[in-house]
Design a protein around this ligand. Structure first.
Ligand SMILES: [Zn+2]
Ligand SMILES: [Zn+2]
Length: 495
């Protein structure tokens, strides 16, 4: 067993050296047809998603199509080697023309489709639907799509319920203007990444032995005795379906003018049910185009993978109830596989204008799982008034209570303000990818060596513990800025 591990590690080292190798591109649009996609039963081009079962359906004869799946990608993540990129996730080529002209095979007319808006168009003469299903290097055609499953009516209910629970402090103008009539079904672009990796973490962990109080003058102080261990964890880790926004505008979760974090927070999606891209899935919905390349997202994905590894290790660290401080963390990525995907979201958006600034609030529903999150504009004067009343009552309470710490009551008004603000705006909502991403540990090697006992510690948790830390969200903002700078530069070059 030990011999095998050593062998693996040597192999990994070799692979890391070879990491400059060009990625393997897996072509995923094999057999895709641009132009008329006809129903095999009746020849109609009117084909759209049947939301009830996720299949495509002919609108004339009701023939249903079995979903197609992408082939050629590795399904056993533990066998992934090097960098594999599905062709729909290939680099965007700046000079690519978004506008594609297709000759209608029925009447010979030339039909112009602007792929930055849609991958379908209707022939003006014979009314047939023409689709683009072959990938073009502009980010408009992904490898896979996850079809809508939640109906518009169900999404409306979820959004109304969410907003209904947040009425008291909602801005009066918002209350007046709120309607779910104009909610939109949107396919947002994401990269879905599978990772085969090997993790090694080295550090110190603390286990609580005793907690006690000692009289110190008039006060009692709390102290802790703890055992310190040298901790090591080494394991193989498969990460399946790590999902990341691939449009720079959405990737920026700290954006000041739109509440992107709301859309981020309704992940995860059941991406294992993705099907091969077909423009007919998009019919009746809108979609956003990808503008990010694999190389631009790689650093962010690597950082998130490291977070996932750290949290995977936490499952083996329950004994260290005071925390673990990793002094060295290493995640070697042996193989990774990237796919471009469209994932379905029902979206309500509301623009709030404040002076010369404006902010777009979203209420978003995951159109697979119904998970709902939102940001509601707050009537700030009302929230301040109520918080001030609470603050005043707390002040009276403080005067009437005989307790050393009665000054703590003075925090109540501020706590109330903060809790209500979070409840309406949810500005810290986000996808907890470090816990919610599918992962599997294999060949775990544990080492826990007693170092010393430390007594009379005044901190309730270990100083410097970092085992529940995650990558700062400002990294995503930085990556998003770099991408939008590139695309702006390219646009200027084209002009
Ligand atoms: Zn038909
Ligand atoms: Zn035609």
């Amino acid at each position: 067993m030990q011999g095998n591990n050593l062998e693996n590690i040597t192999q990994n080292a070799e692979k890391e050296v070879n990491s400059s190798d060009a990625p393997t591109i897996v072509k995923t649009d094999i057999g895709a047809i641009d132009g008329q996609n006809k129903c095999p039963k009746c020849g109609s081009t009117e084909i759209s998603l049947n939301i009830k079962n996720g299949k495509l359906k002919c609108e004339f004869c009701h023939h249903e199509f079995e979903p197609e799946h992408v082939t050629g990608l590795e399904s056993d993540i533990s066998r992934l080697e090097g960098q594999v990129i599905a062709s729909g996730a290939s680099d965007i080529i700046a000079s690519t023309d978004d506008v594609v002209t297709i000759k209608c095979s029925s009447c010979g007319a030339e039909v112009v489709i602007d792929t930055s808006e849609s991958t379908q168009g209707r022939c003006h003469w014979c009314r047939n639907v023409l689709s683009i299903n072959n990938q073009i290097p502009n980010g408009a055609v992904p490898d896979v799509v996850l079809p809508f499953k939640i109906t518009k009516d169900d999404a409306k209910k979820m959004i109304e319920e969410f907003v209904g629970k947040r009425q008291f402090f909602a801005h009066p103008k918002f209350k007046e203007e709120f309607t779910t009539e104009n909610i939109m079904g949107v396919y947002f672009p994401y990269m879905v990444v599978d990772i085969n990796s090997h993790a090694k973490l080295i550090g110190r962990g603390e286990h609580l032995i005793r907690r006690y109080t000692v009289k110190n003058g008039d006060n009692y102080d709390t102290y802790y005795d703890a055992e310190v261990f040298a901790v090591e964890r080494e394991f193989d880790l498969s990460i399946t379906g790590l999902t990341i926004e691939s449009n720079s505008d959405r990737l920026d979760n700290n954006s000041h003018d739109k509440t992107n974090n709301i859309i981020n927070s309704i992940m995860p999606f059941d991406i294992e049910n993705c099907v091969k891209y077909d423009s007919n899935y998009i019919k009746g919905y809108t979609s956003e185009k990808r503008d990010a390349n694999v190389s631009e997202l790689k650093g962010l994905v690597g950082a998130q993978a490291k977070d996932i590894a750290r949290f995977a290790a936490n499952d083996t660290l329950e004994y260290y109830d005071r925390g673990v401080r990793w002094d060295s963390e290493h995640l070697a990525i042996k193989g990774e596989q990237w796919q471009a995907a469209y994932l379905p979201v029902w979206l309500y958006s509301y623009q709030q204008v404040k002076g010369d600034k404006s902010i777009i609030h979203y209420v978003a529903v995951n159109a697979r799982t119904k998970e709902t999150m939102g940001s509601i504009p707050i009537h700030i004067p009302k929230l301040i008034t109520v918080s001030a009343v609470i603050e005043f009552m707390s002040f009276l309470l403080m005067l009437s209570v005989d307790w050393d710490y009665s000054f703590l009551f003075l925090a109540l008004g501020f706590i109330y303000f903060w809790i209500m603000y979070q409840r309406y705006r949810n500005n810290d909502a986000r996808h907890s990818y470090e816990i919610e991403t599918q992962r599997e540990i294999r060949d775990l090697v544990k080492s826990d060596r007693f170092v010393e006992r430390r007594n009379r510690l005044s901190n309730s948790t270990m100083i410097g513990a970092n085992n529940t830390r995650i990558t700062d969200s400002s990294l995503a903002t930085k990556v998003a800025k770099n991408i939008s700078q590139r695309t702006e530069g390219e646009n200027n070059d084209n002009e």
